[in-house]
Design a protein around this ligand. Structure first.
Ligand code: ADP
Ligand code: MG
Length: 729
């Protein structure tokens, strides 16, 4: 066996679970211990400073310089008491990961003398040398200034010896260079209008927050095996590898018992997460072998998203201690399930009401229906934009594959709510409602909680499903920053609610009673958004045909999905909602295209390298053994009989030649296409070329490589096989 594969496998076989002692404390005793949350601030700030920061957290009001100084000092003292020596502004550049630049608290103040300092100025704003972060042409490199600015609504935290302060990242000229700033803007837009709409039903609602509960799927692979697979190291996915004899057919991994080594890892990263105030509660095996999921309690969207990013980081760091690598890629292994990051979303009020939770009486149900139907309408109007928000090279492998939600956006609400909406649509007459009609409607609306109790037929194949008291956006990729999907979802919801409120107000002004006005408006929306609703199997081919008939888009790959950002109405939407200016949107489109091109380019290169430097040499070596053997057999046996005796070897030699040639030819074709694509200046055209001409060759290349894998002697095959990556414990 090749040395690297053999020693990797040996290493794995001798691994033991690395148990970490998390002490005997209960989670409630240390939860959030390493975060500077509001309760902590109350302990160490003056009452006035506390009020200022509390209002900043809850209502987004600014923090003045004097109080910023006080908060900074308290934060520094707290961080130092936790062992921190450095601080960093923690931000989310458009690279897709988080960024940090560490500075020491310590400041020399004379020969041999130093103090620890950290003022409000350093807390509130920083200027990282940010010229190498993607900006989509917004910042010329000679005007490379980018600023990070404190986001008080997400608590600062200590990791290791560093105080991390969540921040937004903006250009000198004010444009957003990150994912957080547009998210915060979208949230404030939806929260304001949702509050106004709530006022129809309850004057006590003065504050609404959008909520997010994500579910993170991932694979674990042993470090030694990972290191022996250049493709996993470079791209996070296995670009080659024949399907193992056993995949997930037996469904024996799903919710099965978790292996000991994995449990030890999970306990460790959950402990670290809890210290950071990330409320992870759920863990289980997923469908594919070595695939797992973790999920927290939901939180306000901005904090939930920071927590997801932080968790991905914590997972990777903790995995290293357990000799695992976390694969967050959407499709690390062909032929078995990919990974997603379901985004459960709702809106909650200061009065403790979940606006997507049906109530106990017709009045609260009218409120529920208002938010429910408006969400469906928002998706209906903006399905393409929602699709664009989850576009990435990795997710392209997953969307539309037979176990992932399709690239066609539709909404599942369950048969009972479908009937409810259909009835509602029919029962409201165009003119004034008769008293009987009103009573009947009220009776009908009053029934929602009962019917929901029975409504357990959850459709797992829908990209956007109502699940009893929230919507679940399932098409989000496992590596994604949820901010992308959440910015779009909350923006389109804000726009829809604004339109709804305008129309309802207009009806009230022209004499309709409030409930009647709302019902009539809902009826209109139910009728108008009907075609986005789909209750059937989203994985089936029939749905593709049916969706086409309905006129729904099926944007199958990233470059095509990203084109949506170039549409006039999309620019107007983001602009009028105050979320992204046309310049910012164009920059984002450009950056996403660049990311796509780079991802495919790297995959293409690694495919070429592995094919030529690993697979072909092994195949040729084995072929030489066969040739020696065939020659020997023919020589010993001699004549026609000798030829017959060496028949199998000769056929093998021919087959191997065929696949070596095939592999080499296809790789060369792909390299030619890459060369052509690289000459293209325009990012959009280049992304199309990479998608349609370069990536289009991947399957053919893989076909030959995977054929060789099952022909060549296992002892000399250089790469750990999928069976080994997925099943070695
Ligand atoms: P599954 O989708 O695996 O069946 P659930 O339906 O129990 O699991 O969904 C659990 C997820 O939904 C959790 O991550 C939870 O935090 C989230 N969730 C529950 N209520 C809300 C809400 N009001 N807003 C946002 N997310 C929520
Ligand atoms: Mg789910």
């Amino acid at each position: 066996m090749s040395n690297s594969r053999k020693s990797a496998l040996d290493e794995v076989l001798h691994r033991e679970a690395n148990h970490v002692d998390t002490g005997s404390r209960r989670v409630s005793e240390y939860f959030g211990e390493n975060t500077f949350h509001l309760d902590k601030m109350r302990e160490c700030l003056t009452e006035e400073a506390y009020k200022v920061v509390k209002s900043a957290v809850e209502h987004g009001t600014p923090v003045d310089r004097l109080h910023a100084d006080q908060i900074a000092t308290a934060m520094k003292d707290w961080a130092i008491s936790k062992g921190a020596t450095h601080y960093t502004h923690w931000f989310q550049p458009l690279t897709g990961s988080t960024a940090e630049k560490h500075d020491g608290f310590f400041k020399p103040i004379g020969p041999g003398k130093a103090i620890e300092r950290f003022e409000g100025e350093l807390l509130v704003q920083q200027e990282p040398d940010a010229s190498s972060f993607p900006n989509g042409g917004i910042r010329n490199t000679f005007e490379a200034r980018g600023y990070t600015a404190w986001d008080p609504s997400s608590p600062a935290f200590v990791i290791g010896k560093t105080l991390c302060i969540p921040t937004i990242f903006i250009a000198y000229t004010g444009e957003a260079l990150d994912y957080k700033m547009p998210l915060i803007k979208a949230l404030s837009a939806v929260e304001k209008i949702a509050k106004d709409v709530c006022q129809y039903f309850d004057k006590n609602v003065t504050n609404v927050k959008a909520t997010l509960g994500w579910e993170q799927e991932y694979f674990l692979v042993d470090t030694a095996l990972y290191n022996a697979r250049p493709d996993l190291m470079m791209t996070g996915r296995a670009v080659f590898g024949h399907s193992p004899a056993k995949g997930q057919q037996l469904d024996d991994h799903y919710f099965g018992s978790i292996p000991e080594r994995v449990t030890a890892f999970m306990r460790d990263f959950e402990y670290e997460s809890h210290l950071l105030g990330i409320p992870v509660t759920t863990r289980h095996n997923e469908v594919a072998p070595n695939q797992f999921e973790c999920a927290p309690m939901f939180e306000e969207v901005n904090v939930a998203n920071d927590h997801n990013l932080l968790l991905m980081d914590v997972m990777e760091k903790t995995a290293a201690k357990h000799n695992f690598r976390v694969l967050l890629h959407e499709k690390p292994f062909a032929g078995i399930n990919g990974s997603g990051k379901h985004n459960n979303w709702s809106l909650g009020t200061n009065t403790g009401v979940n606006l997507l939770q049906p109530g106990k009486n017709p009045k609260s149900n009218l409120r529920f229906l208002t938010f429910f139907v408006n969400t469906i309408m928002a998706i209906h109007k903006n399905a393409d934009l929602l699709r664009a928000s989850i576009a990435s090279a990795g997710n392209d492998h997953r969307l539309g594959a037979n176990e992932a939600p399709p690239a066609i956006i539709s909404v599942f609400i369950g048969s009972q709510l479908t009937k409810m909406l259909d009835d509602l649509e029919k029962s409201i007459s165009a003119g004034k409602m008769t008293p009987e009609a009103k009573t009947e409607l009220k009776l009908n609306i009053g029934k929602i909680p009962q019917i929901l109790l029975d409504n357990t037929d959850r459709n797992r194949t829908s990209p956007f499903a109502f699940t009893g008291n929230k919507f679940e956006f399932r098409a989000v990729g496992s590596t994604a920053n949820c901010a992308q999907a959440m910015t779009v979802l909350n923006t389109i919801m804000a726009e829809q609610l604004e339109e709804f409120k305008q129309n309802v107000d207009a009806r009230i002004e022209s004499g309709d009673k409030r409930d009647e006005a709302i019902l009539k408006e809902l009826q209109k929306l139910i009728a108008a958004s009907k075609k986005i609703r789909f209750e059937g199997n989203g994985y089936g081919d029939e749905w593709v045909k049916e969706a086409e008939k309905r006129g729904l888009s099926n944007l199958k790959d990233t470059p095509r999905a990203l084109d949506v950002f170039g549409r006039k109405e999309v620019k107007e939407l983001f602009d009028t909602m105050g979320v992204l200016s046309p310049v910012e949107l164009e920059a984002r489109h450009e950056i996403e295209l660049e990311n796509y091109i780079l991802k495919i380019q790297i995959e293409a290169r690694i495919m070429g390298d592995i094919a030529k430097n690993h697979i072909m040499p092994a195949a040729i070596k084995y072929q030489n053994t066969l040739i020696d053997n065939a020659r020997g057999v023919m020589e010993v046996v001699g004549g026609k009989e000798g030829q017959e005796a060496a028949r199998t070897q000769i056929n093998f030699i021919k087959s191997i030649s065929k696949h070596i040639n095939g592999l080499n030819d296809k790789v060369n074709d792909m390299i030619e296409e890459r060369k052509k694509a690289n000459l293209i200046e325009d990012a959009r055209e280049k992304a199309y070329a990479y998608c349609d001409n370069v990536k289009a060759k991947f399957d053919d290349i893989r076909y030959h490589a995977d054929k060789l894998e099952i022909m060549v002697d296992d002892n000399i095959w250089p790469l750990p096989k999928l069976r080994e990556l997925l099943f070695t414990k």
